[in-house]
Ligand binder design. Sequence first.
Ligand code: NDP
Length: 255
Amino acid sequence: MAALARSVLVTGSNRGIGLELVRQLAASPRPPQHIFATCRDPGGPRGKALQELAAQHPSIKLVQLDTVNLPSIRGAVRAVGSHLKDQGLNLLINNAGISSHATLLSLDSQEMLSVFATNAIGPLQVAKEFLPLLEKAAKGSGQEGLSCSRAAIINVSTKLGSIGLCLGVHQAPMYPYRASKAAQNMVTRCLAVELQDKGILCTAIHPGWVKTDMGTEKAPLTVEHSVRGILTVLASLSQDTSGAFLDWEGNSLPW
Ligand code: NDP
């Protein structure tokens, strides 16, 4: 089986789903040549698991990237560009996110803004700044159509952001989280339309309810299981599923 992509970048990869994405990509039979594992503090104690993983796999490069800090995003673009030399970046996975359990009574505008900054504005700004490297990959691939091996942006979303489903509002009101992910979904749709002619795929993926710091121990899915599914879905994406909202098993979700 061919590698999913020659180069992949994952945001928020020091723990949870992001760390497992990097782990499974690096351990795959045909690993990407370059895996840019990014996080806020790759050299610090929060990056320890990632440092240990990178020590076992020369394909993993640790890159500092805080998705709400423009100079940090631009620094990451420069670092990635200098590793790739004349190649582009094939696959950008916007995974970093934060949750919020604020209810109608407890929420305040500061919390709304901070969750929007991370979950909606961050992925858009990261996509915008990495666009030249994605375009370079799309042009240089020699491939027709859309795929993760050519050039793609994957936004990790959630079923809780689906306006069509509007799941469990009484059990989990989570206004800042849901609204920010609904906004991120619109970003995904717009990017898919705008970037299609440039040969760049854009799709939203719901990872399932996963046992991570965010998903908690109560979640039914292990991170290994969710990420195995996500990577299988990513390998299957094409023109037909650019602009789609899919879960980790490839099922289509309503926006
Ligand atoms: P975790 O809370 O376990 O990890 C979140 C990751 O995002 C951490 O690496 C964190 O870094 C990083 N992060 C947060 N803010 C920033 C930032 N400004 N810049 C860079 N990195 C940042 O969450 P999960 O792994 O569970 O979630 C990953 C994605 O999956 C999220 O987008 C989430 O919304 C989505 N998701 C998760 C579900 C679940 O059940 N777990 C369900 C549906 C969707 P740091 O360590 O520095 O804080």
